[in-house]
Design a protein around this ligand. Structure first.
Ligand SMILES: [Zn+2]
Length: 287
């Protein structure tokens, strides 16, 4: 793990393009941090407490200031299993209220159970889901140590609780999982129609730098948001006819030309499920 400087006060660490495993300690997503005169604001907590400790060690190399806040872009496992480490350090956790439903769900509990098996010992019986200290309901401006943070609510898109964080002073946008780079996006239960619309909202920030939830930072948002946008749009176009006619998914999947995406990391692991979830979503939209 290496902290890369993004702007005068913002940094990020970049996870690998892979599925979470014991070998990578679940380091498959990015996290950011912003150093203010009053303390450090972390954006996302990574996928295990051990990773959060490594992130804290990276922060320590740069500043002795304490971590005072963690802003959570969304409550997917790879972004939140490190939260307890920051909580123990006394940081205040901020997230969108829509995450509460997931946090209290059977899905979240089962996800944790599976992770304790698959990512042991990095995720284990001591790893727990951590609630926010402050649940926000929509767009919120924070000033911490004189630095302005604009939290924009862009869900439901990738998840119901999606937040992106913009630093107007340095024109840096932390986009969470609205933006994936260099790999096939994880669609899950996303609302791809709203996700595509939210990507247009992100472009309106006119950010100089965009830190995605996965993959390297971008200094050309318009170009680099395209992969996520084109991929989601393609899933919708390729699945729409079958979903509306109630034709079987398997036939529609086999008949689709995936050549523009099949070279990307995680295509084999994620594409079929993404297409299937899109098929179900379109079927529901058509009802
Ligand atoms: Zn993620």
């Amino acid at each position: 793990m290496v902290a890369h400087q993004v702007s005068a006060s913002a940094w990020y660490v970049e996870g690998v393009s892979a599925l979470g495993s014991a070998a990578n300690q679940n380091f498959i997503s990015n996290a950011g941090f912003v150093i203010t005169p009053a303390g450090v604001v972390v954006i996302d907590a990574l996928g295990s407490p051990a990773l959060a400790e490594r992130l804290t060690a990276e922060i320590r190399k740069i500043t002795p200031l304490p971590v005072t806040h963690v802003i959570v872009t969304h409550y997917h496992a790879d972004h939140i299993y490190g939260l307890q480490t920051f909580k123990a350090l006394g940081a205040r956790i901020i997230a969108h209220r829509a995450a509460k439903e997931y946090l209290n769900s059977e899905t979240a509990r089962l996800r944790m159970e599976v992770s304790r098996q698959e990512i042991a010992p990095w995720v284990n019986a001591d790893t727990r889901l951590v609630e926010a200290d402050e649940w926000i309901d929509g767009d919120t401006d924070l000033t911490i140590g004189g630095v302005q943070f604009r939290l924009k609510s862009v869900g439901p898109s990738h998840t119901p609780e999606d937040l992106v964080i913009y630093l107007p002073g340095e024109k840096v946008l932390f986009a969470g999982d609205l933006v994936f780079r260099n790999r096939i996006p994880f669609v899950g239960q996303a609302d791809s129609r709203r996700w595509i619309a939210a990507l247009d909202d992100l472009l309106a920030f006119d950010a100089k730098v965009v830190v995605p939830g996965h993959g390297p930072l971008s200094r050309d948002a318009r170009q680099d948001l395209k992969l996520t946008r084109d991929y989601l749009a393609y899933l919708r176009t390729s699945m729409s006819k079958a979903a509306h006619n109630l034709d079987p998914f398997e036939a529609a999947y086999a008949a689709t030309d995936w050549s523009q995406f099949e070279h990307l990391p995680l295509f084999r692991a994620a594409n079929r499920m993404n297409a299937y979830n899109t098929y179900l979503l379109l079927e529901a939209e058509g009802r």
